[in-house]
Design a protein around this ligand. Structure first.
Ligand code: ATP
Ligand code: MG
Length: 393
């Protein structure tokens, strides 16, 4: 039975003196992902993380770790001492265990990070290859297109023998890049935008605008489900649910109908900016994509963005809808996103919304709107929930 798994990380290794901070965050996230198996031990060794299973199931551990941002690949691995006869013996056995689907051809790739080792890479490969052939009559070596490649690494801390490299999600460890506010609707786009932001190492605090009773409890549950799915990737996601009903009612009362959507978005951004300042979030993330709908023209984005100095990140700005949908299927949010519950944006939709609003007309349209009071009122009625990897708290 495999006792160890190696987790390799990519870009983190480029981070110079910050590297140990990144590694620390990565190890913490891996621990959270593996909470089901408290016996698992993690250890940093020469640019990778060694996972000691202590009887935890290798395939399930690997399935979990594939979703941890920062890891680029994983391999079940045998670790042994570096004496060559021992390496040969373990490699031959490992190959038999790993290859239930009866490969016929193989090659050995040897590396020798420990340059003190008495044999060079070619010699190691040749000797281990011969040992595998002896233990598996009928097999042959094929250096170009082998059914199986056996990797052997001789390091000062021991010999590592592994076969497949399972690709993982990549990116940077969540939490290594600070915290951002994600404007999370129940739609397809914003969960994908949040996922992409997490992939670059930031922790999410989702902000959702809810207009009960215009929008239903089920619409809110849907957003909570989405926050929970994102937490599976990000170890932890907080969700601020903003009471938006009064804001929408006031906009309808005080502002021209055709600018309703623009002003609603400006109010969302104002409230999100205020939450960000309270929670010390350094940027906001939205699911906007240029030209996708009327409120996502350059003119609209310009006018909406004008209410805040916070950076507003739009990871999907240049993505086509089909690609966003594909990604949302991959990350597991699609089936929830398409549930047909109305969102606060789909109520009060004007017959002919302005697609190219100007600042002058928006200032004029907002002149009777008690903006500060509405922001304050909405924030006072905001609730907070935290979603962890496997459950909500
Ligand atoms: P999505 O699929 O993310 O809902 P969309 O294509 O429906 O996007 P819009 O409805 O125009 O686009 O929303 C643009 C962005 O505004 C969303 O991606 C999201 O970031 C934010 N947003 C919209 N509605 C809400 C809401 N009720 N709560 C929080 N953020 C929202
Ligand atoms: Mg939407």
């Amino acid at each position: 039975m495999v006792e160890h798994v190696i987790a390799r990380y990519g870009e983190i290794s480029l981070k110079g003196k910050n590297r140990s901070d990144f590694e620390r965050v990565l190890v913490r996230n891996m621990q959270r992902a593996l909470e089901l198996w408290p016996q698992v031990r993690l250890e940093r060794t020469s640019g990778r993380i060694m996972v000691t299973l202590n009887e935890a199931p290798a395939d399930e551990v690997i399935a979990r770790l594939r979703k941890v941002f920062g890891i680029i690949s994983l391999s079940p691995v045998e670790v042994t001492d570096t004496e060559i006869s021992r390496v040969i013996e373990v490699a031959a056995r490992f190959v038999q265990e790993q290859t239930k689907d009866h490969p016929q051809t193989f090659k050995v790739e040897a590396r020798r990070p420990n340059k003190q080792y008495p044999l060079n890479s070619m010699e190691i490969a040749a000797q281990v290859g011969a040992g595998i052939l002896k233990a598996n009559p009928g097999w042959s070596v094929d250096v170009h297109t082998p059914d199986l490649t056996v990797f052997v690494e001789l390091r000062s801390e021991g010999a590592f023998i592994y076969g497949e490299k399972v690709p993982a999600v990549g990116g940077l460890p969540v939490g290594s890049g600070g915290r951002v506010g994600l404007l999370l609707s129940g739609g397809i786009d914003s969960p994908v935008a949040g996922w992409l932001a997490m992939k670059r190492g930031v922790e999410l605090e989702a902000i959702h605008f809810h207009s009960f009773p215009f929008t239903s409890e089920r619409a809110l549950q849907k957003v909570e489900t989405l926050a929970g799915i994102l937490a599976q990737w990000g170890t932890r996601v907080r969700l601020h649910t903003v009471h938006f009903t009064d804001v929408q009612t006031a906009i309808r009362k005080h502002c021209p109908e055709n600018l309703g959507i623009t002003i609603m978005r400006r109010m969302m951004l104002r409230i999100a900016a205020e939450i960000s300042s309270q929670r010390r979030l350094l940027a906001l993330v939205t699911g906007e994509s240029l030209g996708q709908v009327a409120s996502q023209t350059l003119e609209s984005i310009h006018v909406i963005n004008e209410v805040t100095h916070l950076p507003v990140l739009r990871p999907l700005i240049a993505e086509d809808k089909v690609d966003i949908i594909r990604r949302s299927r991959e990350i597991g949010t699609y089936e929830t996103s398409i549930l047909p519950f109305e969102d606060c944006c789909t109520i009060f939709v004007p017959k002919s919304p302005r697609t190219r609003p100007t600042l002058t007309e928006v200032y004029d349209a907002e002149k009777n709107l008690p903006v500060d009071e509405l922001v304050r009122g909405a924030i006072e009625r905001t609730t907070l929930k935290t979603f962890l990897m496997d459950h909500e708290v």
